[in-house]
Design a protein around this ligand. Structure first.
Ligand SMILES: Nc1ncnc2c1ncn2[C@@H]1O[C@H](COP(=O)(O)OP(=O)(O)OP(=O)(O)O)[C@@H](O)[C@H]1O
Ligand SMILES: O=P(O)(O)O[C@H]1[C@H](O)[C@@H](O)[C@H](OP(=O)(O)O)[C@@H](OP(=O)(O)O)[C@H]1O
Ligand SMILES: [Mg+2]
Ligand SMILES: [Mg+2]
Length: 341
């Protein structure tokens, strides 16, 4: 009997991500379905470590980009998830959210958008009051760059003009929108979409804003869980999230699929809040490449199913080079992105 073909997926991740994502439960499930997950050593040449049917990665820098290009020249049929050019737009908090305005979704009564925001590149502009006429306090100041560093997650809730003095440009300043202290994190894995609730910043009441004794409050990663925490019933109870209604799944799925197509990315999550002033308005505040999937319930199955889809499409691609056989956002050799409809 002919031996069953096995597939090799190489993963190139920083140690923290590797520890959280590459769990025995994922490796074993993938293995049982014919897929071997193989660690790529970032200190050695990627091409020398091939062949791989697919490469998963979350590494930064020009050297890594060059390595991926060399790899795809040698292995033109390998799939790279995702293309560095597509990932790059998420490293800047302005280009990150620009894509939201490109979406065209009509789902009955729900609407969506992004909070009002401006980008400030220098101290002079920061202190010029005319620039603040369009925004209401409180505002959230976020570093412009979102490159995965601890610094890029350091935020500040700014209550008044005086609070702006301590900010260090370049920053994105976004209107803080009351949303009942709960954020929705939407995980996207190819066509698959999962939405979970997390704790967020509490609302700021107008009377509180006048009385508040500080000008600015710094915070970081308020909605994150520790690497090994999962979102289960215990988390919902502990954080009092039980009473918050989920957004309509079909609406969220349409946004997720629209973002996936527009950004040409397969592995990302986005943060959504529901505007308390207008209960059917949703605002996207953040998009992250290759997030902490292990915190998502059932991540092993979702990811393994996705790997199977990718490898199956890759097989078809090999046999049928028509436009319909390609991928969304995946880099395949030097053919780059094609569409999977
Ligand atoms: N415009 C806003 N209005 C109200 N709350 C907001 C707004 N923007 C962000 N937040 C809150 O601040 C948190 C951090 O903001 P954001 O998600 O942009 O930062 P981040 O460091 O990129 O997060 P992540 O850890 O998901 O990458 C959000 O999870 C949410 O709780
Ligand atoms: O390492 P950077 O590039 O900063 O990306 C982070 C994302 O910004 C976060 O959104 C991830 O946490 P969530 O999966 O809870 O969103 C977070 O997940 P992790 O802490 O499990 O790695 C990171 O992926
Ligand atoms: Mg976020
Ligand atoms: Mg983020």
């Amino acid at each position: 009997m002919a031996e069953e073909k096995r597939f090799r997926i190489g993963y190139a991740l920083l140690p923290k991500k590797q520890n959280s994502f590459i769990r025995d439960s994922l490796v074993n499930l993938a293995r049982s379905r014919g897929i071997d997950l193989v660690r790529v050593d970032p200190n050695r040449n990627l091409t020398d470590q091939g062949p791989f049917d697919c490469v998963l990665h979350k590494l930064y820098g020009d050297d890594w980009k060059r390595q991926l290009t060399e790899f795809t020249v040698k292995y033109p049929n390998a799939v790279v998830l995702d293309s560095p050019e597509s990932i790059e737009r998420l490293h800047n908090r302005i280009s990150m959210l620009q894509v939201v305005s490109e979406l065209n979704i009509d789902d009955g009564s729900e609407t969506f958008g992004i909070p009002k925001q401006i980008v400030i590149y220098d101290k002079e502009t920061l202190l010029d009051r005319r620039n603040w006429e369009a925004l209401n306090f409180p505002v959230i100041a976020k570093p412009l760059v979102a490159d995965g560093s601890a610094k890029s997650h350091k935020m500040a809730l700014v209550f008044n003009h005086d609070g702006l003095n301590s900010l260090k440009p370049p920053v994105v300043v976004q209107e803080f929108v009351n949303h009942g202290g709960v954020i929705f994190k939407v995980y996207v894995v190819g066509e698959r979409v999962r939405c979970v609730k997390r704790k967020s910043l509490p609302d700021v009441r107008e009377d509180e804003l006048v009385r508040v004794s500080e000008d600015l409050r710094r915070f970081s990663q308020v909605s994150n869980l520790a690497t090994d925490e999962r979102i289960d019933d215990r988390y919902y109870k502990m954080m009092h999230l039980d009473d918050t209604e989920m957004p309509p799944l079909s609406f969220i799925t349409q946004i997720a699929r629209g973002l996936r197509r527009a950004m040409k990315l397969n592995l990302f999550n986005f943060d959504v809040i529901r505007d308390s002033r207008c209960g059917n308005r949703y605002l996207i505040v953040d998009i992250n490449y290759f997030p902490g999937y292990a915190k998502m319930p059932g991540y092993e199955t979702v990811l393994t199913d996705f790997f199977c889809d990718v490898l199956c499409k890759k097989q078809q691609w090999g046999e049928d080079c028509s436009e319909n056989a390609g991928f969304d956002g995946m880099m395949m050799g030097n053919k780059d992105v094609r569409r999977m409809m």
